[in-house]
Structure formats: structure tokens, C-alpha cells
Ligand binder design. Structure first.
Ligand code: FAD
Ligand code: DLZ
Ligand code: SF4
Length: 507
């Protein structure tokens, strides 16, 4: 009687639900490096190296903990390339009489898991993924009968449920949200924290060589690869963040600086999303730092909101919206994604900074993703499906359940406002306020028309004009339309012509 337990690449947690209560003596854990998973989008080389190396290390950790692990490498000649194919081969190898798996993180893989009960003649148990605070049923019951889904109200329920930063029934500090204090631009500072760099060990080095050989044309440099690939090292980065960056995390959450990819961010999302770190354990550690007087409330609350608010909320939206969510295109945006998203070759400094660091580190922080690459795509009317593939491919933390609502919903407004109350559209003035990018750009952020004018300025008004029928009635868009209405006709024409000329250069 052998139970086969497939563990997927984003299920690298010792406390995974499919492992709970199992008898190690009668179970075999199956882990597999798969063509299907390494090619469903053109993943960044470092993203792949991170996930595959973390899988190999996790297999070793599980063996040390007494589990039997059957691990199939990508290069093995008999590797069928798919979860289902590898499960079928492993069923024979181990004469398995049952399958137990933790539910998949996305629709595509869920469909595979759902087919197993028919395909294999043994009982298949699919267990809920309890690494989230809010399960599917709870989100559905929260969303049911609401006219609008908004993160803020969901977040308050998650605070009450988790008891994080709560004083009885009231939020600690008298407010649920301290975001108003979290919009400071940053100045360069020699004492700025940097994330830990974990030099690749032999296992990681092997994986990097394999990825460089097999996926030579994919985006990304592995030369600067420094991700943790074990839980032990991920915990070191967690401790490093709590001590050195968390105190200023809130203040500079929205800031951007030339040559500074990481600022006061945690760089923990790859570890949380693969399962190396536990999000609730992390939030409790943040709360402890606040209670010990080591970090201010705007930092602690701001961080906890990202994890039990935004992260849980986007997961809820992903499953609530259904598998067809990916096809949404509420603003009918059809322009192809410009080539510079893959190469960084553009003279818009904000964009080249963001894409270049993405190529080097497979990382950009939230405001770069939302207000630089996301904002540009929104203003330029890039097809949201292409934008989605790009975000899913290029970031080490990208899995569809978390990436899709963020890119298609939050950043492209392609779901027509299911996730966010208004489009995150901004002109160059916002980028200039929150960064130092404009001071070394060939464009002038103050100019709206002419050869030196910052492209974001005309594109912003073109976006407002182009989407008037769709957006004018949105109360949160009242101000931009008031300003548009006040503008002289000749200025409107000049701005739209400027934008059109620029868009033609994108090809
Ligand atoms: P920090 O700034 O230190 O934040 C702490 C943690 O909060 C993160 O590690 C993450 O777990 C969580 N978090 C913060 N914001 C969000 C959010 N909006 N949604 C979900 N979790 C959040 N995050 C991903 O994990 N995977 C993605 O594929 C992804 N794609 C994105 C695409 C776009 C267009 C945008 C605008 C955002 C995306 N995000 C994604 C959210 C966010 O940008 C990243 O979580 C964050 O930049 C990760 O870096 P960090 O760990 O340093 O985060
Ligand atoms: C992202 C990824 C990659 C690149 N490769 C693998 C792999 O070879 N084997 C695997 O089990 N998982 C991989 N993953 C992560 C999966 O895509 C992820 O577990 C699914 O998306 C399920 O949500
Ligand atoms: Fe970006 Fe415009 Fe500033 Fe240049 S001037 S960095 S294009 S916002």
C-alpha cells in the first residue's frame, strides 16, 4: 500500500497539507522538473534556476526528514514532460494504491489534477492549500452579494481573523490603514539596506548551467543570481529584512531610485510563493518587531496589509473570477508589447531602469511594476494578454494566481474594475515626484509636447480621451475629466497628435 504524493514546484513547505498525518513509511513523494512547466511562458532564466534549485534542495530536506522522495530531473530521457505523465510513470514504479495532493495554485494545473481521478484507477485525495488565511469558500461568502469588491474591507476581516495588530476589536494605533504616511520619495543614503546575496552552491550551479544551455534565448542574466534556495537561507533573508529594512519599509514603499533595485523592500515574495517561508509566521514576526518598539506602526501595518490584505485578496479574486478572467480586455487595448520590455533598450530612463534590473535580478518592486512598466502599457493601450505573459515570465515570484489579478486587474484595468476602483494611470509628474529617474532622462518631464517632451504626459491625456466612454462615469475619474474638459481644444489636439506620433514609433 503506497500513497504517492506529488509535490509541485510552488509547494515547497514541510507543513504542506498533503503531507500532514501521512505515514512516511508507506508514502513516496514525487517531484518532477517538467518541460510543460518550464515552457508555458518564456520564464526568466533566474526564475527557473531559483525554482528548480529550490525544488532540488527541498527534496534533500524532505529526505533528511525521513521521507522517500522520487525526484525526476528535466534532462532524464524518459521524462514525459507533464505532471500527469510523470504521475503515470511513478504509479507503475511504486505500484501506488492512492494519490494525495495539495490543490493546484492555478486553473491550468487544477484542470490536470481534476483529471487524475478518471485517469488513474486509485483514490485521489486533493487537499485544500492551508498556507492561506482565507480559503475559497470564505472568500466566496465574503464576495457574495457585494456590489463592489474592495481590498480594504476584506483586509479588515483578515486583521480580525488573524488578530494581527489588533487591540480587542479595534486596530492597533486607532486606524486600519496608515498608507497616507507611506508615500515619501527616498534620498540616496550610504546606509541603505541591501538584501543578502546567497552565492550559488553546487546544486544551484548545476541548475544554472542547465538553464543557460537549454533556455539560452530566454530573458535574463544568471550572473547576479543570489536568491536563497533553502528555507534556512530564506529565513536569514527574512531576519535581515526585519532588522534592517522593515523600519523604513512604510516610509519609502512607493519610492524609486536610479541604480537601487531593492530599496527597503523585503525581497521575500519568491520564498513566500514557493512555500519556503510561511506568510503568517512572517507577519507575526513583523508584529513582534512593532510590539518590541523596533519599527513604527506605518511600517508594520503597511507590510502586514501587503501580505494578509493584498496577497490574500488577489488570490480570492483569481479563483472568484474564473478561468476566463485571463481573456478580459475591458479597455479594448490591442497594441503589441514593445520589444524594449524584453531588452530594456529605450531612452525612457524610468523604463530602462526597471527593465534592466528585471533582466539582471528577475525582480522589480511593486511601484516599478505598477507605475512604470504597468502604467506605460496601460497608457499606450498594450494588449493585456501580452502584458500578463510578460509579468508571468519575468519575475521570480510570478505564478498566475498572484500575477494575473495584479497585472490584468490592478495595473491594466482590463477587468473593468473588479479588483481596483480606478485605473492606475499617471503622467510623468507622478514618476518625477516618486523617483530621481527624470533627472537623467533624455526627455523633459515638464514638457507635454515637442521632441523633448516626456512621452508619459501626452500618453496620459490620450488615455483619458481614448477611454472617455468607458471611464468618465467613474466617480474616481472625475478630476482628470474635469481637467480635460477645461483644456483648450488646440491643446487637446496637440497632445493627442504628440501621443499618436510617439505610438507610431513603437511599431
Ligand atoms: P514587499 O514590497 O517587501 O512586500 C511584502 C510582501 O507583500 C511581498 O513579498 C508579497 O508577498 C506581498 N505583496 C505586496 N504587494 C502585493 C500584491 N499586490 N499582490 C500580492 N502580494 C503582494 N507579486 C507576486 O508575488 N507575484 C507576482 O507575480 C506579482 N506580479 C505583479 C504584477 C504587477 C503588474 C504588479 C503591480 C504587482 C505584482 N505583484 C506580484 C505584487 C508585488 O509587486 C510583489 O509582491 C512585490 O513587488 C514583491 O517584492 P517584495 O517581496 O520585495 O515585496
Ligand atoms: C514555475 C515552475 C517551473 C519553471 N518549473 C517547474 C517544474 O519543473 N516542476 C514543477 O513541479 N513546478 C515548476 N514550476 C512551478 C509550477 O508551474 C507551479 O507549481 C504550478 O504553476 C502550480 O501552481
Ligand atoms: Fe520616465 Fe518621462 Fe521621467 Fe523620462 S522624463 S524618466 S520618460 S517619466
Amino acid at each position: 500500500m503506497t500513497t504517492l504524493i506529488p509535490v509541485l514546484g510552488d509547494q515547497l513547505s514541510h507543513a504542506l497539507s498533503s503531507l500532514a498525518g501521512q505515514d512516511k513509511k508507506t508514502c513516496v513523494i514525487l517531484m518532477a522538473e517538467l518541460d510543460e512547466e518550464t515552457t508555458y511562458v518564456p520564464h526568466h532564466k533566474s526564475k527557473m534556476a531559483f525554482i528548480l534549485s529550490a525544488m532540488r534542495h527541498h527534496a534533500e530536506d524532505l529526505r533528511s526528514a525521513g521521507w522517500t522522495v522520487d525526484y525526476v530531473k528535466l534532462a532524464e530521457p524518459e521524462n514525459s514532460g507533464s505532471f500527469t505523465g510523470e504521475l503515470a510513470r511513478a504509479m507503475e514504479r511504486h505500484s501506488a494504491s492512492a494519490i494525495c495532493v495539495t490543490e493546484a495554485g492555478e486553473w491550468r494545473v487544477k484542470a490536470m489534477l481534476d483529471s487524475w481521478a478518471d485517469r488513474f484507477d486509485v483514490p485521489v485525495e486533493v487537499r485544500a492549500d492551508d498556507r492561506f488565511l482565507c480559503d475559497h469558500a470564505e472568500f466566496e461568502s465574503w464576495a457574495k452579494d457585494r456590489k463592489q469588491l474592495r481590498m480594504e474591507y476584506f483586509y479588515r476581516d483578515m486583521r480580525r481573523k488573524s488578530k494581527l495588530l489588533m487591540d480587542g476589536d479595534a486596530p492597533v494605533g486607532g486606524q486600519w490603514n496608515f498608507d497616507a504616511e507611506n508615500r515619501k520619495p527616498a534620498k540616496r543614503d550610504l546606509a541603505m539596506p541591501q538584501p543578502l546575496h546567497f552565492a550559488p552552491d553546487d546544486i544551484t550551479q548545476d541548475v544554472i548551467e542547465m538553464v543557460e544551455a537549454k533556455f539560452a534565448i530566454n530573458m535574463g542574466q544568471t550572473a547576479k543570481f543570489g536568491f536563497a534556495v533553502t528555507r534556512a537561507d530564506a529565513l536569514k533573508q527574512q531576519a535581515h529584512f526585519l532588522k534592517h529594512a522593515l523600519p523604513s519599509f512604510g516610509d519609502y514603499q512607493d519610492a524609486m531610485l536610479t541604480g537601487e533595485p531593492f530599496l527597503w523592500h523585503s525581497i521575500l515574495s519568491p520564498y513566500i510563493n514557493t512555500g519556503l517561508l510561511d506568510p503568517l509566521e512572517l507577519c507575526r514576526a513583523v508584529e513582534e518587531r512593532y510590539q518590541a518598539g523596533k519599527v513604527p506602526i506605518n511600517a508594520a501595518e503597511g507590510f502586514i496589509r501587503q501580505v494578509i490584505g493584498w496577497r490574500e485578496y488577489v488570490r480570492g479574486i483569481y479563483w472568484h473570477a474564473g478561468p476566463q478572467y485571463v481573456e478580459s480586455n475591458a479597455l479594448a487595448a490591442e497594441r503589441p508589447l514593445p520589444e524594449f520590455y524584453w531588452t530594456g533598450k529605450t531612452d525612457m530612463h524610468c523604463l530602462s531602469q526597471t527593465v534592466d534590473q528585471t533582466i539582471a535580478y528577475s525582480y522589480a518592486h511593486h511601484i516599478q511594476r505598477l507605475m512604470i512598466t504597468g502604467n506605460f502599457a496601460l497608457l499606450a493601450g498594450i494588449n493585456p494578454a501580452e502584458v500578463h505573459i510578460w509579468y508571468l515570465a519575468v519575475y521570480a515570484d510570478a505564478y498566475e494566481w498572484v500575477e494575473l489579478p495584479n497585472s490584468l486587474g490592478m495595473s491594466q484595468f482590463a477587468d473593468g474594475g473588479m479588483l481596483a476602483s480606478k485605473p492606475y494611470a499617471a503622467s510623468g509628474a507622478y514618476i518625477n515626484r516618486m523617483s530621481d529617474y527624470c533627472s537623467s532622462c533624455r526627455y523633459d518631464v515638464k514638457q507635454k509636447t515637442g521632441p523633448k517632451a516626456c512621452p508619459f504626459n501626452a500618453l496620459y491625456w490620450e488615455f483619458i480621451a481614448r477611454n472617455e466612454d468607458r471611464l468618465r462615469k467613474n466617480p474616481r475619474m472625475a478630476m482628470p475629466y474635469k481637467n480635460w474638459d477645461r483644456m483648450a481644444q488646440a491643446d487637446k489636439v496637440a497632445l493627442r497628435r504628440q501621443a499618436q506620433q510617439f505610438l507610431e514609433t513603437l511599431g
